[in-house]
Design a protein around this ligand. Structure first.
Ligand code: 5AD
Length: 329
């Protein structure tokens, strides 16, 4: 019995007395379906310029306090090369929705990085079918675009000038084009209900997501949500654990937002269903400016040293770093 109805999910999310059982079941399902290896993905946050106005996000275009940067294509490629030399088998290219990175420029970056024997994941927001196709043709393997919330009213309030329907269109286009598709949600947005979190989990199952990233909402002081309270770490962990139990063999990251709210957040998440970590390999001075939410957790070391630190941490919980590209099993 590892498939829950919506009502069962809601009950489990509301009742904390079953947490230990839930977390150990998620850990068991993780172990049986994706094993003890942890996939590391080298994350490059290459531009914090964004045309969107997402209410929760520090990169929203109306935040005039943000120090904007854009890493040049040649530096993005050389950072990716360094990460690959350090052993990374996936490079994740993430940015705000920055028009500078046109179809042509992105495609060139992707095809250069593909020469380093690595999988490439994109996380650059809503684009046209044509753009997604060009990126796939250039060698991109995976795409991350969180649905953020499946509560359509809340979606509308949180994302001025955007539409839930277009978000879903993006996910469908990516699937049609043969990407591994990653999505996910925020936990603890103002006015978000437990019922809608249960719908989020069922949505991941319905679209058969290959990867799901779940993180607590963290209030950013230069956004309209600055006075809202942060999401709850344990609730985010429970949404993640239920996602593991329901989708079984997918890839689930222990997210940076979890580590930000709890100093052991990532190790805890890895023992409650997660099997992926996305260390930041962006130059430190940019990494700090990629200020989606405050106090974003990161290591103050160079690419190889931080990899070693992570490897040692993983050993303490009996886990090893995978050597393959880490596609869905
Ligand atoms: N707190 C937590 N996560 C956030 N994100 C954006 N802003 C915040 C915030 N304030 C998440 C979104 C996005 C991902 C890249 O970062 O879910 O998809």
């Amino acid at each position: 019995m590892t498939d829950f109805s919506k009502n069962e999910i809601i009950d489990l999310l509301k009742d904390d007395s079953q947490n230990d059982w839930l977390f150990s079941l998620a850990d068991k399902v993780r172990k049986e379906n994706v094993g003890e290896e942890v996939h590391l993905r080298g994350l490059i946050e290459f531009s914090n310029i964004c045309k969107c106005m997402c209410k929760y996000c520090g990169l929203r275009c109306e935040n005039s306090y943000a120090e904007r940067y854009r890493i040049s294509p040649s530096s993005i490629i050389s950072t990716a090369q360094k990460a690959c030399n350090a052993g990374y088998k996936t490079i994740v290219l993430q940015s705000g929705e920055d028009k500078f990175f046109s179809q042509k420029i992105m495609s060139e970056i992707i095809s250069e990085i593909k020469k380093f024997d690595t999988a490439v994941t994109l996380s650059i927001g809503e684009r046209s079918f044509d753009d997604y196709k060009a990126f796939k043709d250039s060698g991109a393997d995976r795409y991350l675009i969180r649905i953020e919330t499946t509560d359509k009213d809340l979606y509308k309030k949180m994302h001025p000038n955007m539409s839930f329907e277009n978000r879903v269109r993006c996910l469908k286009d990516l699937r049609t084009l043969g990407y591994e598709v990653g999505t996910g949600c925020l936990v603890g947005l103002p006015e978000q209900t437990i019922e809608s979190l249960a719908s989020d989990i069922l949505f991941f199952k319905e679209i058969n997501a290959d990867m799901v990233g779940i993180g607590p909402f963290i209030a950013h002081p230069q956004t309209p949500l600055k006075n809202c309270k942060n999401g709850d770490f344990t609730l985010a962990l429970k949404v993640m654990a239920l996602t593991r139990i329901m989708l079984k063999n997918i890839n689930i990251p222990a997210t940076t937002a979890m580590e930000t709210l709890n100093p052991d957040g990532r190790l805890i998440a890895l023992q409650c269903g997660a099997n992926v970590v996305m260390p930041n390999v962006t130059d430190l001075n940019y990494c700090e400016k990629y200020d989606i939410y405050p106090n974003k957790a990161h290591l103050d070391y160079d690419i190889s040293h931080s990899r070693k630190v992570i490897e040692d941490k993983l050993k303490t919980i009996g886990r090893t770093i995978a050597k393959d590209y880490g596609f869905r099993k």
